[in-house]
Design a protein around this ligand. Structure first.
Ligand code: SAM
Ligand code: SF4
Ligand code: SF4
Length: 357
């Protein structure tokens, strides 16, 4: 059987410096800001917020602890001055944050030092998307990623545990298309023994739809999902499963920092993506800074500690002070957890539902 090799783009630190912005200790520029707007969610996905841990007595952040939309927009503007070009809103479930379109509107008004708008996108479980898509698009949202782990309704309900069926998520996807947010990316986390039998049904369903289905290797994020390596189906295995039915060919990555390895159906049926964080980590190209709901900066999905910005914001710090703090955190960044997985021990990782994917 032939080995499938994924090519992730690489860029030189010099090239990045010429593009402007600051570099971390491994020469990676800060290009993306992932903003988690809430730690709450209307789902209880077994691999992210298992109900045994996130039950009725779980204490979520109080509203006053969350950054306000104005505070978030200020951080985003300072980040744009440091090199950020893309913003992704996430959570928890970002559509649980009331009037999220107001934040999208504020972010859409921001400009890079060259006067360009930022690229603003959203990752959602889709349950509330049908009713929110148009308002979000009208406010300036450009793209949306919808998570969907199965088409089989009973399995989907078991995995997501939110009392919502597949039909509602598919309706959300269609509403996004109708609102002008196409092509929609669909994220499927594959957990071996749980939903791997849904790989082909998902591929058949979304092939030729214009949507881009992306398969995500199941990761050891957080402390609650009891992750085991033997539950990971690798990107290479997934490509083989789909390729046996629909021949595939690799597509070159569009830009440095693109995390998905892209494959196209040979017959023109569109593309799929593979996010191989476990089998072929892409830390060398990781250009993401993450902002938590209550204003802490994290330089890695697997970080144990964040860096508080809310204190500075609320004591009236000016933009220069914020930029110095954010720039200092990024310049000191050395993270590459996925490359060290197996040798890097973490006592207490942040939860995915707190910091977002
Ligand atoms: N609630 C939104 C959603 O589900 O799309 C946004 C936040 S969620 C934490 C972001 C992404 O992380 C989702 O696509 C989800 O499937 C993925 N995710 C969560 N836990 C994961 C895990 N253990 N391994 C891989 N991906 C995971
Ligand atoms: Fe909620 Fe998204 Fe986590 Fe599922 S993956 S529990 S939808 S935050
Ligand atoms: Fe980026 Fe950390 Fe993931 Fe590596 S492990 S790709 S540094 S978030």
């Amino acid at each position: 059987m032939s080995r499938v090799i994924f090519h992730h783009p690489t860029g030189s630190p010099q090239a990045s410096a010429q593009e402007g912005g600051i570099l971390d200790t491994r020469g990676r520029p800060m290009r993306d800001l992932r903003i988690s707007v809430t730690d709450r969610c209307n789902f209880r996905c077994t691999y992210c917020m298992p109900r045994e841990v996130f039950g009725a007595d779980h204490v979520f952040l109080p509203h006053e602890a969350l950054l306000t939309f104005e505070e978030i927009a200020r951080v985003a503007q300072v980040a744009a001055g440091l090199g950020v070009r893309k913003i992704r809103l996430t959570g928890g479930e970002p559509l649980m944050r009331k009037q999220l379109e107001v934040l999208v509107g504020l972010l859409a008004g921001l400009r890079t030092p060259d006067g360009a708008p930022l690229d603003i996108s959203l990752t959602t479980n889709g349950a509330l998307l049908a009713r929110k898509a148009q308002a979000l698009a009208d406010a300036g949202l450009r793209r949306v990623t919808v998570s969907l782990d199965a088409l089989d309704d009973a399995l989907f309900r078991r995995m997501s545990d939110g009392g919502v069926g597949v039909a509602a998520v598919l309706e959300g996807i269609e509403a996004a298309v109708h609102a002008g947010l196409a092509p929609v990316k669909i994220n499927m986390v594959v957990r071996k023994g749980m939903n791997d039998a849904q790989i082909l049904p998902m591929a058949r369903h979304f092939r030729g739809s214009g949507h881009i289905l992306r398969f995500i290797e199941y990761m050891d994020v957080g402390n609650t999902n009891g992750w085991r390596m033997d539950e990971v189906l690798t990107g290479a295995q997934i490509v083989r499963i789909i390729g046996d039915e629909f021949p595939l060919e690799p597509v070159d990555a569009g830009y440095r920092g693109e995390v998905a390895a892209r494959w196209a159906y040979r017959d023109g049926g569109g593309e799929i993506g593979l996010i191989t964080s476990v089998s072929q980590p892409f830390c060398g190209d990781c250009t993401r800074m993450r902002l938590s709901p209550e204003g802490r900066l994290f330089t890695c999905l697997f970080a144990e500690q964040g860096h508080d910005l809310r204190g500075l914001l609320r004591m009236g710090a000016d933009d220069a002070a914020l930029a110095a703090r954010m720039g200092g955190v990024w310049r000191a960044r050395a993270d590459r957890y996925s490359e060290l997985r197996g040798t890097a021990h973490r006592d207490h990782k942040i939860e995915m539902s707190y910091i977002g994917g």
